[in-house]
Design a protein around this ligand. Structure first.
Ligand code: ATP
Ligand code: MG
Length: 195
């Protein structure tokens, strides 16, 4: 049986329970062998708007997040490739590394709504099945020319943006981010004075 691989890309600055709940539920619903949380090297659509935590730190956080979770993996293909991260290139590499595998590109509703701003998005749709999950507070429309597989996951109104602001003003992080991730954040002194 060829592998079924989910590609769940993100900045993961930091990874939170919204990411993890999405990944495990999509994996279950679509019977994927693995969902790879792929850490964007340079998230080009975010680059100019704020300071991004170094990619290696974000990768360490995602590794900590998935360490105890069967069927989830941390991906560093985009970091190793260097430069701006394009899903279309990552899919090509995954296809080369896993001959015959069926690939699934997993996105939250906000990311799906902006799909036609992605680099060579037609190739992304050609190389993979597009999977979308709802995201609370996001009301947008999906580009209709593509077939979207909608997977129902628990709606968690959690974002990395909110977590960074919690770090900066001292509000609780409990249950929004997992303990192993918090441990690496403390070890590496991340999000101190975060904006
Ligand atoms: P930021 O606030 O910095 O943009 P984020 O929480 O949106 O961070 P990203 O790394 O930008 O996290 O998102 C990676 C992927 O995860 C995107 O496809 C996004 O839509 C999805 N995602 C993030 N948070 C959730 C959530 N709470 N529920 C469902 N999908 C989510
Ligand atoms: Mg986001």
């Amino acid at each position: 049986m060829p592998a079924r691989i989910g590609l769940f890309g993100g900045t993961f600055d930091p990874p939170h329970v919204g990411h993890l709940v999405t990944a495990v539920n999509v994996r279950h619903a679509l019977q994927l062998d693995v969902v790879v949380l792929m850490v964007a090297n340079v998230p080009w659509q975010k680059e100019s708007s704020r300071r991004i935590t170094p990619a290696e730190d974000r990768f360490a956080l995602v590794q900590a997040a998935v360490a105890d979770v069967p069927g989830l993996a941390a991906g560093r293909t985009e970091i190793d490739l260097g430069g701006p991260s394009y899903t279309v290139d990552t899919l090509a590499i995954l296809a080369d590394e896993n001959p015959g595998a069926e690939l699934f590109t997993i996105v939250g509703f906000d990311a799906a709504a902006g799909f036609t701003t992605w680099e060579r998005y037609n190739d992304v749709a050609a190389r993979s099945s597009l999977v979308v999950v709802d995201r609370p507070g996001v009301s947008a429309t999906l580009p209709e020319q593509f077939q979207w597989h909608h997977v129902e996951v628990p709606h968690l109104d959690v974002s990395s943006t909110d977590l960074r602001s919690r770090f900066s003003d001292g509000r609780p992080l409990d249950y929004l981010i997992t303990e192993p991730v918090l441990a690496v954040i403390r070890e590496r002194g991340l999000y101190v004075g975060a904006q």
